[in-house]
Design a protein around this ligand. Structure first.
Ligand SMILES: C[S@@+](CC[C@H](N)C(=O)[O-])C[C@H]1O[C@@H](n2cnc3c(N)ncnc32)[C@H](O)[C@@H]1O
Length: 297
């Protein structure tokens, strides 16, 4: 074994250096594999959370009305509001501006449905009940129509695109933030000339229809505002003489969340002929439907 001046073992120094090098290489390899492991675990956790958030939980809750509201309307919406610093109507407007063709109502409807099915549930009448609404509007072919509850203007667009020239739709919305967005979405669909959006509570606006808005009576009324107002507003429309013989009322969400007092009234009153169209709560598998009631005078 070669010795240096001090009688030290050179070979063992080389061996020691080698060991040290080996140790450093081993530590580097261990730390990079620890990092790889850490990234792998993080990636796995993120993928699992993403699957839970966007697929598993929505797939499970879509059969239960309470879970649908709890998950979509409360949890998801609040998380998205917090993360994006925006409201749901603002996100829907953005989806329309980014994806829908300007002036094309069908493309606006398809964009909103696509957004609400894939990204975030919203309380539009939706693409299951939408065709029922379309067929009733086409059948009635109203000259003057009223909508109670605009939200982002989705059903407004569905109704207004089917109106014949010279007809108009008055839609009422008491939330000014929704009204601002709805006006932009209705304009994007090219329907602003057929739609008059009035801001305020239905109980205040309905009595002004004759004097301030020159409405003699409505041919068609779509009820889709807060459910407790369906019955008082129907009675108010009657009292104000805004329903004529043959006026068609179409009420959304009569099963979910449900409007039992309204249903009892229109189904038992001799002043109405009423029938139910079975469908699903928007963008879910929960049963819901529309009640069509013809005012008999
Ligand atoms: C279910 S959303 C309407 C959805 C819309 N019809 C659609 O299908 O696209 C109900 C809307 O009615 C509005 N609203 C509720 N009660 C109202 C009232 N009494 N007068 C005016 N607007 C009301 C709410 O602010 C909300 O935007």
């Amino acid at each position: 074994m070669p010795l240096d001046g001090q009688g030290q073992d050179v070979g063992s120094e080389e061996e020691g250096g080698g060991k040290e090098h080996c140790h450093t290489a081993w530590t580097a390899a261990a730390s990079s594999s620890m990092w790889l492991y850490f990234l792998f675990v993080c990636g796995g956790v993120m993928a699992a959370l993403y699957a839970l958030w966007s697929w598993l939980i929505p797939a499970v809750v879509q059969y239960n009305p309470l879970l649908v509201v709890l998950w979509h309307d409360i949890i998801v919406q609040r998380v998205l509001n917090f993360l994006t610093g925006s409201t749901q109507p603002q996100r829907i407007l953005k989806a329309v501006q980014n994806n829908a063709t300007w002036g094309d109502a069908e493309s606006v409807i398809a964009t909103i449905d696509n957004y609400c099915r894939r990204k975030e549930w919203a309380m539009n009448v939706g693409d299951d009940k939408g065709p029922i609404l379309d067929s009733v509007v086409s059948e009635v072919s109203p000259k003057v129509a009223l909508e109670l509850g605009t939200y982002c203007g989705y059903s407004t667009i569905r109704i207004a695109r089917l109106l014949s020239p010279g007809s108009c739709l008055i839609t009422l919305e008491f939330n000014p933030d929704c009204a601002i967005i709805a006006r932009q979405i209705i304009a994007w669909a090219g329907l602003q000339d057929r739609v008059q959006l009035l801001e305020g509570p239905s109980k205040d606006l309905i009595p002004q229809m004759k004097e301030s808005f020159r409405v003699k009576s409505f041919d068609f009324v779509f009820l889709d505002h807060w459910k407790e107002y369906y019955l008082p507003d129907t009675k108010l429309l009657e009292e104000c003489g805004l329903l004529r013989k043959g006026t068609v009322l179409l009420a959304d969400n009569v099963i979910c969340p449900g409007t039992p007092k309204y249903l009892e009234y229109v189904r038992n009153s001799p002043r109405y002929e009423s029938c139910y169209f079975k469908s699903h709560l928007e963008y879910t598998k929960v049963e819901d439907g529309l009640e069509k009631s013809v005012f008999l005078g």
